[in-house]
Design a protein around this ligand. Sequence first.
Ligand SMILES: [Zn+2]
Length: 248
Amino acid sequence: MYEKVAHEKWSGRKLYHWLRFELNFKTKGNKNISLSNIYLILQNSFYYGTFEYPQGSGNWYQGKHEPLINKELFDLAQEQLKRDRIVRESREFAFTKLMKCGLCGSGISAEEKYKKLKNGSVNKYIYYGCARSRDRNCKCGYMREEAIISQLIRIVDKLDMNEIGLKKQFEEEVERYNHFQKTVLQMNGKGNEIQKSQQFDVKTYVKYILKEGKITEKRELLASLKSRLIFRNKKITLEKHETTIKNS
Ligand SMILES: [Zn+2]
């Protein structure tokens, strides 16, 4: 179960469906497992040998039992759970919590603003800015969501696709789409009209998600980036960590 989360990047909910409906897993007393049970189990360090007693006291003990998993796997699973939580928590805005303020290091939060137009209708705008948890007077500035999307698309243009944790999943989706398109054209006797340029690639697909995807799809995409996004003075940049810098 830790392996599924740590290595296959399953969400808690996916794990829940698997345990409950595919394995028909029961807890003690022959009860169905609940989603919150799963989160509790996954976050319980008891399984790699240490436990806190009393709970919340900060006193940690090394248990005498044989650890079920190692600490490395446990930590990996925690990291994935954190990403899972970020994706779940904020469904109303696409880009909150996924970027950091480049001036003070706070998170980035969002706000809806409404503007009444002359013809009486109301337009909704989403603005992003520093949450100011670290610096109450941070002067980082604000950005409209549309501006963030167009900057992210420019970043994707130059991005090495290996930077995207969901690359493999996207490749499969793109392949499925291209295959679908080919099959439809062939069924209509237009098989010869397919050109390479009409075929999608992963980069195009990623840009499509940024523009047209659901909020959860956008969040999953950005949460899977291996480098962190920095928001600074109305500009978004990708903070490269050493391993991703290519020798050129
Ligand atoms: Zn700031």
